[in-house]
Write a protein that binds this ligand. Structure first.
Ligand code: SF4
Length: 366
């Protein structure tokens, strides 16, 4: 993408965009600084969100509306309202689903007791839990069966934390950030492991682990990173951009943990200001006062079209020069849940993770 070619961005010519330098030329001291946008890559949909959204789309196609979804399928206002218009019904608890109906469990995962509730109501269940959340559930089960005390670093009340804790409630203690470490008690300080929510700030989590290890020197690490690749990559891109930004705009919803973390990471790493918006029309024009460089990124549950709206808004106000800042390349795709793949196959329909043309034409979610 040639620098300053906003229209080229909107056509999605990313192969060209990635071949460009990440930073634009700066003006000399006698010129007015050039208004510009630094655009993070990667940003937006991760593999787990993509899979969960396509799961609901395919379920609507297969079974027809209504399809029930327990909790928001992913934490994004636009995704939820768009799927509602297509016939999805979002409920808070399993007992709100009529007996015998189909219910999808969200990307954040559920506790085993929720599966039992669904069985008791004779519901057809489709589990759209992200495989990287399922991995943390399995770690919790394994360490609990070895009788460890598990210190789960995460945000109290977040659906993912509720689901993971439900795997081994007798063994799991929630640690909600570094300041919560002083409150932790364990049975045996030599048999303690930490796990974490997938969408936390990497830096804050490491600080929490450091303080836990001060208290429990034998603390074991998880077998592999629990904070997922998508969370880490989006934070990495923001860390690279933030020192050059007067303002960081993060597209995402307030209940999206990874989106909220991106604003925090931006400020911690040097952006002079940072704001979270669901839609471009939530941007306050005064945020742009005196601003030369605007960073733009989006959380892992955000459709790209919402970022495009923000870029259009900025271009109309003189920020048409868009330079990508590429921190990592992502190509991970998860296959659809088994229940959906089986039913698609039986109907002779494609189970590919790519979105079908009808939904792409609808243009709302991808
Ligand atoms: S943010 Fe990470 S853990 Fe959450 S759905 Fe995406 S890939 Fe899975």
């Amino acid at each position: 993408m040639p620098r300053g070619d906003h229209a080229a961005y909107l056509t999605g010519d990313w192969g060209a965009a990635r071949r460009q330098p990440t930073m634009g030329p700066m003006t000399d001291a006698t010129e007015r600084p050039t208004k510009r946008v630094l655009l993070a890559a990667p940003r937006g949909y991760c593999a787990g969100v993509d899979r969960a959204v396509v799961t609901v789309e395919k379920a609507l196609e297969l079974y027809g509306p209504p399809v029930y979804v327990r909790k928001e399928i992913v934490h994004n206002k636009h995704v939820v309202t768009t799927l509602e218009k297509r016939g999805a019904i979002f409920v808070e608890e399993t007992d709100e689903v009529p007996e015998g109906a189909t219910v999808i469990f969200s990307a954040h995962g559920v506790a085993p007791v929720v599966h039992e509730e669904a069985k008791a109501l004779n519901l057809k269940t489709i589990d759209a839990t992200c495989p990287l959340v399922t991995k943390v559930h399995r770690e919790a089960v394994r360490f609990a069966s070895d009788d460890f005390d598990i210190l789960l670093i995460g945000h109290e009340g977040h659906e993912e934390v509720v689901g993971t804790s439900g795997e081994a409630p007798e063994h799991i203690t929630l640690v909600d950030g570094p300041d919560d470490v002083a409150n932790v008690t364990v049975r045996d300080p030599d048999k303690v492991v930490w796990l974490s929510q997938t969408t936390l700030s990497v830096d804050e989590t490491m600080e929490t682990v450091r303080r836990l290890r001060d208290r429990f020197p034998s603390l074991q690490d998880p077998p592999s990173d629990d904070i997922c690749y998508a969370t880490q990559n989006r934070q990495l891109a923001v860390k690279q951009m933030a020192p050059d930004c007067d303002l960081m705009i993060v597209v995402g919803s307030r209940n999206s943990s990874n989106s909220v973390r991106l604003v925090e990471v931006a400020i911690e790493h040097g952006s002079k200001a940072g704001h979270l918006v669901d839609y471009a029309d939530e941007i306050d024009e005064t945020w742009l006062d005196g601003v030369t460089t605007v960073g733009v990124t989006s959380g892992a549950s955000v459709p790209e079209l919402l970022v495009r709206d923000v870029l259009t808004y900025l271009a109309e106000r003189g920020y048409a020069d868009v330079a990508p800042v590429v921190a990592a390349e992502e190509s991970l795709l998860f296959s659809l849940p088994n229940e959906i793949r089986r039913d698609l196959k039986a109907r002779g329909l494609s189970d590919k993770m790519r979105h079908d043309a009808a939904f792409e034409e609808a243009g709302s979610l991808h």
